[in-house]
Ligand binder design. Structure first.
Ligand SMILES: NC(=O)c1ccc[n+]([C@@H]2O[C@H](COP(=O)([O-])OP(=O)(O)OC[C@H]3O[C@@H](n4cnc5c(N)ncnc54)[C@H](OP(=O)(O)O)[C@@H]3O)[C@@H](O)[C@H]2O)c1
Length: 235
């Protein structure tokens, strides 16, 4: 896809991986729609995009709630839409299954999985109509392997893998693509909160750059595939 002047929604764009994706897309002259619950961090991302001579708009929404997606119709009507980056995610603190609370189980599925369904229900009809579009679902290496004390997070990311494959098949007669991305450990606030070791981990900028290459068509991958950014060092 030629990225100049394309429109992208990026959830969780106020910090961590989502912020890097927004910045890398802005460098490619993509108009970025920044989504999250906190206006302060979203505004900071927007400021950095403007400093790059990029364009950005902000929508404050809790994507775990279906009723907070009405703005998506307005974005499609007023700007159009070419790219959806389902990035926002959450994990409770590391703990074994029997210690998880009912609220944590619900919240983790609502934020990591239900939100993707809510977004896709809004966006896919538009992509089908224009017969173009790219969907990137941020999964995790924990969406390929189960890890102890990460069972809940892992289960939600396995769900993202199934969702990605099924959606790609539903769209196979169109020019709309759907990929999942399965990063390992990234230096972000989430990682810092969970393990306290973020500074030793990979810079999320590299994952963001792999996503841009994938969107540009510089990576040979079939819709429905999951992409492990670590395979693209040196590309
Ligand atoms: N860090 C890693 O090692 C790693 C590895 C593999 C995959 N991932 C995945 O990468 C993605 C980004 O993770 P990260 O490490 O950058 O996490 P992060 O630093 O905690 O950032 C998460 C982002 O998601 C947003 N978010 C969370 N709940 C939300 C909600 N209910 N509504 C709207 N936005 C919400 C947050 O914004 P607000 O607080 O403003 O809402 C925040 O911007 C996630 O899907 C994560 O599972 C991370």
């Amino acid at each position: 896809m030629k990225l100049t002047n394309k429109i992208a929604i990026i959830t969780g764009a106020g910090q961590g991986l989502g912020k890097f994706i927004a910045l890398e897309l802005a460098k490619e002259k993509v108009l970025t729609i920044l989504v999250g619950r906190h206006i302060k961090t979203l505004t900071q991302t927007k400021k950095e995009i403007l400093r790059l001579n990029g364009k950005a708009d902000i929508f404050v929404a809790d994507i775990s709630k279906a009723k907070e997606f009405k703005w998506v119709n307005g974005v499609i009507k007023n700007f159009g839409l070419d790219i959806l980056i389902n990035n926002a995610g959450w994990s409770p603190p590391l703990k074994i299954v029997e210690k998880l609370t009912e609220k944590e189980i619900g919240d983790c599925f609502r934020i990591n999985v239900f939100s993707m369904f809510y977004m896709l229900k809004k966006v896919i009809p538009h992509f089908k109509k224009i017969n173009e579009g790219a969907i990137i679902n941020i999964s995790s290496r924990a969406g390929k392997n189960g890890y102890p004390r990460l069972a809940l997070y892992s289960a939600t990311k396995f769900a993202v893998e199934g969702l990605t494959q099924a959606v790609a098949k539903e769209l196979e007669d169109t020019n709309v693509t759907c990929y999942s991305i399965t990063p390992g450990a990234l230096n972000t606030p989430m990682r810092e909160k969970l393990f306290g070791d973020a500074k030793l981990k990979e810079n999320p900028k590299f994952t963001a750059q792999v996503i841009v290459k994938l969107l540009r068509g510089d990576i040979d991958a079939k819709s429905g595939e999951s992409i492990d950014p670590s395979h693209f060092h040196g590309l």
